[in-house]
Design a protein around this ligand. Sequence first.
Ligand SMILES: NC(=O)c1ccc[n+]([C@@H]2O[C@H](COP(=O)([O-])OP(=O)(O)OC[C@H]3O[C@@H](n4cnc5c(N)ncnc54)[C@H](O)[C@@H]3O)[C@@H](O)[C@H]2O)c1
Length: 434
Amino acid sequence: MLLHIDASVTKLGVVGLGYVGLPLAALFAHKGFETIGLDIDAARIGVLQRGESPFHYDEPGLPELLQSVMPSGRLSFTTDATALNQADIILICVQTPVDDSDNLPRYDHLRSALRSVGQVLKAGALVIIESTIAPGTMSRVVIPELEAATGGRVGQAFYAGHCPERVMPGRLLHNLRNMSRVAGGMTPQVAAAMHSLYSHIVEATIDTTDMLTAELVKTTENAYRDVQIAFANEVARICEAVGGDVWKVRELVNKSPGRNMLYPGAGVGGHCIPKDSWLLIANADEAAPALIPTARHVNRSMPLHVADLTTQALEHQGHPVAGAVVAVLGYAYLENSSDTRDTPSQAFIEVMRQRGAVLRIHDPFVEGYQQPLAHVLQGAHAAVIMVAHNEYKQFDWAALAADLSVIVDGRHILPPDFTSPAATVRVIGRGDLS
Ligand SMILES: NC(=O)c1ccc[n+]([C@@H]2O[C@H](COP(=O)([O-])OP(=O)(O)OC[C@H]3O[C@@H](n4cnc5c(N)ncnc54)[C@H](O)[C@@H]3O)[C@@H](O)[C@H]2O)c1
């Protein structure tokens, strides 16, 4: 078993070159490891082989890192899994979605990655899952798939570990270097080897533990956030109902010791928070979880709530929603990012379309929606801020308010004293109707 990790000797394979896998591969190669990145997306591999970043938004340091490390020859990209047959350690970073119909994990990508890696795995290699997985997945899915594909036993033919990732798009390299990590090994020796590996790129604490604890920690930390956001969203709706202002309430609540109420908003998106609560409870029916699924439903209802605020404000202005022109500002799930996975804007758009609204979508970062903001707003009845992109924060809303009938701020980015003599302005969590 590999206990000593040496950047000049240990060869790495990274499977899945998305938000998690690509910066990880680039950083290890930068630190001297010969690293092969594998992806099934041939177009992405083509872009990477040219030394370019596949991301169409500002991902600080990543394009420069790729350009500096590619000429060294230590980082290469392929769609051919056999290229990983000399790798001592393989890090798996494929997507792990849940199915919308039953909220259960769909491990097709994970299983297929394990099968293709397992068929070429070097004897004694260590396979680390970086993807977020439901507690119990290492023992129920990962190890059985690898045993089937290798024809050998875990602990003999190969070793296994789980080191969940904590990055955020827009801060991928920064988070990789500076966020603490949980290294869950199948044995303490494997966890120690993982500690040694990650200490080449992580400047923060690396806590070693077992695989189940690592699975639980990652899914719990994201479910925790989901529940906290749901609490803020519920208080926002209570404030709307009783005519209060959640933004003021939150500020004062947080002066009470030990309180840290989060921000309410138009919805929670991305490939992490919306699904990781479901992953946490996926194998825990016996516990009859109630709070975590309820929080998920509260957060999932927020785009619909914004649609209701918009519809009511349009009606207040004498415009029936059917036929009203509504500008949707922001299609990414996160501010200043092009990542649209599980975006709340899509849910908002679907509801408003069903109600007959004519939708114009704008997003400075998302291809297809990058027309000038002023054009999108021209002649629209309503503008609905779904994402706190800088362009919307810096926009001169006062100059435009006279041309719009309705402004709905789902992210609380309008100036605090913003009012309009002509438009109905609704801010999430604020009960007033101006
Ligand atoms: N995006 C984040 O901010 C973030 C943060 C923490 C954890 N995670 C977790 O990390 C995992 C990956 O997330 P991501 O955002 O990088 O996903 P992603 O969709 O950006 O990237 C996944 C990549 O894996 C590739 N892939 C799929 N199946 C493959 C296979 N069989 N062989 C080779 N490549 C394959 C896809 O083509 C894609 O390029 C998920 O489990 C996610 O929950 C993501």
